[in-house]
Design a protein around this ligand. Sequence first.
Ligand SMILES: Cc1cc2nc3c(=O)[nH]c(=O)nc-3n(C[C@H](O)[C@H](O)[C@H](O)COP(=O)(O)O)c2cc1C
Length: 205
Amino acid sequence: MNVLMINGSPRAKGNTTRALAEMESVFAAEGIEVESVRVGSAAVRGCVACGKCAEAGKCVFDDVVNELAVKFEAADGLVVASPVYYGSANATVVAVLDRLFYSSHFDKTMKVGAAVSVARRGGLTATWDELNKYFGISGMPIASGQYWNGAHGRLPGEAEQDGEGMQQMRTLARNMAFLMKAIALAKDQYGLPERETGIFTNFVR
Ligand SMILES: Cc1cc2nc3c(=O)[nH]c(=O)nc-3n(C[C@H](O)[C@H](O)[C@H](O)COP(=O)(O)O)c2cc1C
């Protein structure tokens, strides 16, 4: 059983990294493998809507997004964490997620998703909502915790002093581990839910 973590922070020892470390300690205790990829300093461009991924099954820009797609396909769960920039997820992680979810065509159904946001003061829940959107459109159950998973801190590592935030991370990881294990059992017994051929309308035709 394994989890992929996408860390949107450009700061290697920043608060997002600290929040994810708290989750990682729980996953280690639960025997769940973790691979964490920090994308915040990568030169990643946004989706250009070329549509080439529809045939290729991967993005035309062959960068970290295509590497993440391979790891995501093999994972049972995905944690996406972002520092809050101007009340939303930072631009790099949004570029990564838009292209990752749009260009990859493997079945994401029942892979468990969890979102984490980190801020000095404001915009945590807006960012958390934004990140959860990717899971909600992909058949991915969303793990929840004891609050809207977030931590406060400004200077690198300061989030460690947010006792409640750190507890939220541990609770979230425990709940996510439980959900992944429960889904693995259910998949064995019942298989994945039936999927209809998609109906795709845009309200004008
Ligand atoms: C461009 C920029 C915009 C920011 N906007 C916000 C904001 O809207 N709300 C907030 O509370 N903090 C904001 N911050 C502060 C960061 O969210 C905060 O320092 C956080 O700990 C950074 O996480 P990191 O250490 O993982 O990079 C901003 C920081 C930067 C660099």
